[in-house]
Design a binder for this molecule. Structure first.
Ligand SMILES: N[C@@H](CCC(=O)N[C@@H](CS)C(=O)NCC(=O)O)C(=O)O
Length: 205
């Protein structure tokens, strides 16, 4: 099987890169510079007309959506590692945060990033920045209550739920806001994840 990951630094493609490194799978990496609306230029538009990252080409077929790619890789390639089984008592929680990393958190991370850093100052909305930060905080509180004193989101096993939401913690720590809005057990969980060699390697590209 041949795999090519289209990736840009600091973006959601880190989720896929991180899992590929955890799984120690061989892959080719195409690093693109992020340019809103035109990432990868015309050449990449021919591969992925949405011009977003990540995209994973597997034996000539293109797969989009970072959390779907995580689910694909664990169900097709990992033999049960990095995922929970449907008969695990925490399977629901696992799915909730695997998807929630994008569906609960993702939009607010993008809005907060846009309205605090990315947009020209005269186009930023304080209301939008404050509202997205509040939603990020509420989601981290919910995560904290599910995490409790567990090592990982679903207990003792590291899964793609940790990768999915771990990317959001990475983004907020990069923006210098994680310590301000996340409860202490979430901060501690993120610090444990940040020590994983696979994540360190993914962040080095
Ligand atoms: N829901 C998608 C979001 C993909 C996405 O929006 N990626 C951003 C980087 S984090 C991107 O490529 N943006 C470029 C653009 O919007 O022009 C996923 O999780 O893969």
């Amino acid at each position: 099987m041949s795999m090519t990951l289209y990736h840009s630094q600091h973006t959601r493609s880190i989720r896929v890169l991180w899992l590929l490194e955890e799984m120690q799978l061989p892959y080719n990496l195409e690093t693109l510079s992020l340019e809103l609306g035109n990432t990868g230029g015309k050449k990449y538009a021919k591969i992925n007309p949405l011009q977003k990252v990540p995209a994973l080409e597997i034996d000539g077929k293109l797969l989009l959506e970072s959390t779907a790619i995580l689910a694909y890789l664990t169900s097709v390639m990992s033999g049960g590692d990095f995922a929970l089984d449907a008969n695990d008592p925490n399977y629901g929680l696992y799915l909730q945060w695997l998807h929630g990393g994008e569906s609960a958190f993702g939009m607010y991370l993008s809005l907060y990033f846009g309205h605090s850093v990315l947009l020209p100052e005269n186009q930023r909305s304080k209301l939008m920045a404050d509202w997205s930060l509040l939603n990020l905080k509420n989601n981290f509180d919910q995560l904290g209550s599910d995490l409790g004193s567990n090592e990982f989101i679903t207990g003792e096993k590291f899964t793609t739920a940790d990768i999915s939401v771990g990317y959001i913690a990475y983004g907020m720590s990069l923006l210098g806001k994680l310590d301000e809005i996340a409860p202490q057990n979430v901060i501690n969980w993120w610090q444990r994840l940040a020590e994983r060699p696979a994540l360190k390697k993914a962040l080095s590209f």
